[in-house]
Design a protein around this ligand. Sequence first.
Ligand code: AMP
Length: 183
Amino acid sequence: MPRPSVCVYCGARAGTRPSYTAAAQATGAMLAARGWRLVYGAGDVGLMGEVARAAMAAGGQCFGVIPAHLYNREVGKRDLSTFIITEDMHERKKVMYMNSGAIVVLPGGAGSLDELFEVLTWRQLGLHAKPILLLDTEGYWQPLMALLRHLVAEGFADASLLDYVELLPDVAALESRLATAFG
Ligand code: AMP
C-alpha cells in the first residue's frame, strides 16, 4: 500500500441535511491534509462526489473504483489520482477493501449499508481487523446501532459484534481515531 489508505462508503445522494454535505467535504479535506489516500466508489454524485472533490482540491490522493455499468449513472470521476473500472459490484467492493487499511462510513443509503455489512460480517468471521468507523453526523447511525443491539439481545449475534463498529461524532474524532490506527 503506497500510503495509509481509507476506504469511504457514503451516499450517491446528498441526503436532506446540509450537514451531511459539510461532513463529507470535511472528511475529504482531512484525508488530504493528513496525506491519507481516499479509496472510494469513483462517483461524482452525492456525498461520494463531495468527499472526492474536497480531497482533490486539497491536493490529496484519490483512488476511485467503479463498475462499467455505473459509469454513466454515477458520473465516473476520471480526474482522480487512480481510476479503475471493474466488471461488477463484487469486484468493485473487493478492490476498494483490498486497497484500504481502514473503513469509514458516512451517511448513505442501501448501497452504503451493503458495503458496511460486507466488511462487518467479514470482521465477525475474523477475516480482517480493519477498523470500521461510522461518522455519526446528526446521529445518522443511531437506528443502525439500535438494530445491531437488537440482533445481540435476541440471540442472533455475539455481543462482540458491537465492538466491531465504532461511532465517531465528528470529523475531528474520526481523524484522531484514524491517526491511532495508522500509528
Ligand atoms: P447508496 O448508499 O445507496 O447511495 O450507494 C452508495 C454507493 O454504493 C453507490 O456507489 C452504489 O453504486 C454502491 N452500491 C450499491 N449497491 C452495491 C453493491 N451491492 N455492491 C457494491 N456497491 C454497491
